[in-house]
Design a protein around this ligand. Structure first.
Ligand SMILES: C[S@@+](CC[C@H](N)C(=O)[O-])C[C@H]1O[C@@H](n2cnc3c(N)ncnc32)[C@H](O)[C@@H]1O
Length: 309
C-alpha cells in the first residue's frame, strides 16, 4: 500500500469513527492537509547523510526527517538550540549537580555534546540525565572530535550507567508511559527533541508537556528547535513563560520556556501569532494513548473548524 492509500483509508475510518460528515470541499481540504503533514506509516529504516558542519546524521524514513538539522549542522543545532539557551553551562559553574531531561535520545548527540561542554567548564560537576527513547538505532554514526569520547561514553552507557560524575538512564519505550517512572527529578534543562510536531505529535501535546512540567525545576529551561504555534500555545496555557532562541544557519528560531526564570522575549509578530493565529491551538492527547495520526487529525479538524457540520 502506498502512503497516500494508507492515509486516505485512515482518514475514512477516522471520519466514520467520529461520526463526522464533511462536505466534499471540507473533505478535500482535510485530506490535503493530512497528506501534507502526516508521517509515512509505510516506511521504516534510516540512511546516513552529511550536515553542514561536517557531522553526520541519519534520515528516518518513517518520519521523513533527519535526526538533526542538515542546514544548521548537527553540532551547531545542538549548541544553539539546546545547550546554550538552556543555560546549563552557566549552571555548571556554580552547581554541584546538573539534571537534564532528554526527550528523544535519538543518536545521543545532544547529551554527548552537553557533557563535553559542562565538564570543560567544571570537571567536578555531577550530571544526571534521563533520556526517553522508543527506538535506539544500531547504526549510530560517531560524532567527530572533540566529541568522540563523550559520544562513545554515552552510547556505551545505554540503558543505565552511574559513576561519581555521571548518572545516565535511558527509559526505553513510548515516552508517554516511560516519563511516569520519573520521581524526584527536577530538571535544570529539558532538551525537547522529538521529530517535528505534526509528524511526531504525541510528544508535543498539551498533556505530554504537562508531564514535563511536573519534572522541571521552576527555574529550569525547556528548550527545543521547534517554534510551532501548537507547541508554544500548549506551553503558554500550562503557565510557562515562552520565548525564542536565535536562528541557526537556515534553521528558524527555536523556543525557550521556563516557569519562573526569564526567557528571551518573542518578537511582536510571534506574540501576535501566538494569540491570534488559528494554528495556535495545542495538540491534544487526553489519555496519553491516542494514535499519532489521530492527534494530527483532531488538530486539523479544530484548526479548520470542521466540527459540527
Ligand atoms: C529528532 S530525534 C532525537 C535526536 C537526539 N536528541 C540527538 O541528539 O541525537 C527524535 C527521537 O525521538 C524518538 N521518539 C519519537 N517518538 C517517540 C515516542 N513516542 N516515545 C519515545 N521516543 C520517541 C525517535 O525514535 C527519535 O529517536
Amino acid at each position: 500500500m502506498s502512503r497516500e492509500e494508507y492515509l486516505v483509508k485512515y482518514l475514512k475510518e477516522y471520519l466514520s469513527r467520529k461520526q463526522l460528515k464533511l462536505s466534499q470541499e471540507n473533505y478535500s481540504l482535510l485530506l490535503r492537509e493530512f497528506l501534507r503533514f502526516a508521517h509515512d506509516p509505510t516506511q521504516e529504516g534510516t540512511f546516513l547523510v552529511p550536515t553542514s558542519d561536517g557531522s553526520l546524521t541519519l534520515i528516518n524514513k518513517f518520519y521523513g526527517e533527519p535526526y538533526h538539522s542538515q542546514t544548521a549542522g548537527a553540532i551547531r543545532e545542538s549548541l544553539y538550540k539546546f545547550i546554550y539557551p538552556s543555560k546549563i553551562l552557566e549552571k555548571a559553574r556554580k552547581e554541584e549537580i546538573i539534571r537534564i531531561l532528554d526527550v528523544g535520545f535519538g543518536l545521543g548527540y545532544n547529551i554527548a555534546i552537553a557533557l563535553k561542554h559542562i565538564w570543560e567548564i567544571n570537571p567536578n560537576v555531577k550530571v544526571e540525565i534521563v533520556s526517553l527513547e522508543k527506538d535506539v538505532k544500531k547504526d549510530i554514526p560517531l560524532l567527530p572530535e572533540p566529541y568522540k569520547e563523550f559520544h562513545k561514553l554515552v552510547l556505551s552507557a545505554i540503558p543505565e550507567y552511574e559513576d561519581e560524575k555521571l548518572k545516565l538512564r535511558v527509559f526505553l519505550g513510548d515516552a508517554r508511559k516511560e516519563i511516569r517512572k520519573l520521581t524526584n527529578f527536577k530538571a535544570n534543562a529539558v532538551f525537547h527533541d522529538a521529530f517535528s510536531p505534526y509528524k511526531n505529535p504525541e510528544l508535543w501535546t498539551y498533556e505530554f508537556l504537562k508531564l514535563i512540567k511536573e519534572n522541571i525545576d521552576p527555574y529550569g529551561y525547556w528548550v527545543s528547535y521547534s517554534s510551532a504555534l501548537c507547541v508554544r500555545k500548549a506551553l503558554f496555557l500550562l503557565g510557562f513563560q515562552v520565548g525564542s532562541s536565535r536562528e541557526v544557519g537556515r534553521k528558524r528560531k527555536g523556543t525557550v520556556a521556563s516557569l519562573k526564570a526569564p526567557v528571551p522575549p518573542l518578537d511582536e509578530d510571534e506574540v501576535r501569532k501566538l494569540h491570534l493565529s488559528s494554528f495556535s491551538k495545542p495538540l491534544r492527547d487526553e489519555n496519553l494513548s491516542k494514535e499519532p495520526l489521530e492527534i494530527l487529525l483532531d488538530y486539523l479538524v479544530e484548526v479548520y473548524n470542521l466540527r459540527g457540520e
